[in-house]
Each structure stands twice: as structure tokens, then as C-alpha cells.
Design a binder for this molecule. Structure first.
Ligand code: FE
Ligand code: FE
Ligand code: ZN
Length: 287
């Protein structure tokens, strides 16, 4: 199983610290934000200790495809209401592509964006425009659009949204997908009929385009469109379902990344990764 989690990236070790954190969870994949997830302030990549991190990744046998970058969630390529929001998103993404290449990663996960009540089709076309601008000088780093919960005016909660973007951009070969289990359930997909869901996904988008899976339980009922992650086995999806996804033969080569909440201010990832590898849930959270 290729399992990891979102890990931090902080002074003084930055990316080297991220890799060390992932290894401390017995992970063989990891996902970072290149700074705070909620803003676009970024340090110089030259401080990131990339060479030392690369050595450590190599020693651990973690290939570059298992290192995922997640763009901050405030950037919004779908915004047609405030031009400066759209421009900031494009500018940020262009720089994020450079950082991702320097780090040695291949894939940036991106929330497609919110149309902020301009309408879905207008939002989708703005995303296409934004991706075209962002990808101008790039021919290697892939953007994995995340399947979203459909909170507010968020796009990407239908597989068709993602397919439309992929079919409309100038460089479709660079647009890939991140499947989020919590989001797909929140969006109203019947995740428990999982093989059928994979067939549906395959028909609309193509399973070969999935680059990463976010493995999260959900605090809410299917279709709630709330987007609140729960610890594995402590939400509406349940441990058995999440273990089925983690060990599914059709998804075997795809890294699974946990974005579950901290428990008593501590990351739960070492325990959750162990449970997934063992295929056995233990009730470990004491409230
Ligand atoms: Fe995300
Ligand atoms: Fe996610
Ligand atoms: Zn989420």
C-alpha cells in the first residue's frame, strides 16, 4: 500500500523536515503545502533543504510520484467577480509549478475553484482560462484537480466538471485528478457501491488520470456537501470502506494521502497508517 499523509513544512528544516515527519509515520508517500495552506506567503525554495530531503527519499525508496504538493485552498481560478483574485491564483500557480519542479515532485493538487454565484458554466470556463495561463511555460508538472464536496459555490463536485475542464484546456495531458473519499460522499456519490463508482469515474474522466487519493472519513451523511473530514473509522464512511479503497487492486499504484484531523493536538497518521496496513481497526481515540 502506498500510504502517507499531509505533513508540515516548517523552519528550519522545511522539506527535509517534511520527509522526516512522513518517515516517522512509516509512510511511503507524503503531501506538503509549500507554506501555510490558507495563504500565499511562501519562503524561497533555496531554504528548503531539497538535496538532503532527496537523499532521504531515495534511501527510503520513495519515488517522486509519491511526493504530492497541494496548492493553498484560498486560490480561486473560477473567480469572475474579482479580477485580482483570479490574477493572484494564476500568478501563484505559475510560481507553485516552479517550486514543485525544484522540490522534485511531479503533481500539484488543486481545488478547481468556486464560481461565487456567477454560475457553474461561467466558473468552469474561467478555470480553463486560468489553467491555460498557468501552464503556458510548463510541460512536465501535472495539475491534479480534486473532486470536491460541493460546499458553497465550489466546482468539481461532479465528475463532469473535471471532464469538461480536461477536455477544454490547451494542455489536457497535464490535467490529472485527485479523488477525495470524504468529498465524493459529501457530493452525493454512493461510495459504498465503490466498484460501480470507479466505473462511473472511468467512463466520465478515465481512471488512468487519477494521481492521488485523499483518504478521509466524513463527519457528515452522504450528500451533505459540508466537507468535514473525520478520523478513519470515526465517520460515516467507516474503516472497512476506507481500507477497501486503500487496498483496491484498481488503485494499487496510486498514493493514498490522509488529511484526517489531529487528535488531542497530535497527528493521528502513524496510528491510521498502521491500521490500514494491518487491515484492522482499533478504537484508539479517547475523548
Ligand atoms: Fe484538498
Ligand atoms: Fe482532500
Ligand atoms: Zn476536504
Amino acid at each position: 500500500m502506498i500510504l502517507g499523509s499531509h505533513v508540515s513544512l516548517n523552519a528550519p528544516e522545511y522539506f527535509l523536515g517534511s520527509v522526516k515527519e512522513a518517515l516517522s509515520y512509516d509512510a511511503n508517500a507524503l503531501m506538503i503545502y509549500t507554506g501555510a495552506p490558507q495563504n500565499t506567503v511562501r519562503k524561497e525554495v533555496s531554504d528548503f533543504k531539497i538535496d538532503e530531503a532527496a537523499l532521504l527519499l531515495d534511501e527510503a525508496g520513495i519515488p517522486s510520484q509519491h511526493v504530492i504538493v497541494h496548492a493553498p485552498y484560498i486560490i480561486n481560478l473560477a473567480n469572475t467577480v474579482k479580477p485580482e483574485t483570479f490574477e493572484l491564483a494564476v500568478e501563484f500557480l505559475r510560481k507553485e509549478i516552479l517550486r514543485t519542479r525544484l522540490i522534485g515532485a511531479k503533481v500539484i493538487v488543486l481545488h478547481p475553484g468556486s464560481h461565487v454565484n456567477a454560475g457553474e458554466q461561467i466558473g468552469l470556463d474561467r478555470i480553463v482560462e486560468g489553467l491555460n495561463l498557468s501552464l503556458k511555460d510548463n510541460d512536465d508538472i501535472e495539475i491534479a484537480l480534486e473532486t470536491m464536496a460541493g460546499k458553497g459555490s465550489e466546482l468539481g463536485y461532479r465528475f463532469e466538471h473535471i471532464a469538461y475542464i480536461m477536455q477544454s484546456v490547451e494542455k489536457p495531458n497535464l490535467i490529472k485528478v485527485c479523488m477525495d473519499t470524504c468529498h465524493m460522499s459529501d457530493a452525493g456519490y454512493d461510495v459504498f457501491a465503490f466498484d460501480q463508482l470507479l466505473d462511473t469515474f472511468d467512463e466520465i474522466i478515465g481512471l488512468e488520470h487519477v494521481r492521488v487519493i485523499h483518504l478521509n472519513d466524513s463527519k457528515n451523511d452522504p450528500g451533505a456537501r459540508k466537507d468535514r473530514h473525520a478520523n478513519l473509522g470515526y465517520g460515516r464512511l467507516g474503516f472497512d470502506f476506507l481500507h477497501q479503497v486503500a487496498s483496491h487492486p484498481r488503485l494499487a499504484k496510486i498514493p493514498k494521502i490522509l488529511e484526517t484531523p489531529f487528535v488531542n493536538d497530535l497527528p493521528p497518521y502513524k496510528t491510521e497508517i498502521r491500521m490500514l496496513r494491518e487491515g484492522r481497526f482499533t478504537d484508539w481515540i479517547i475523548e
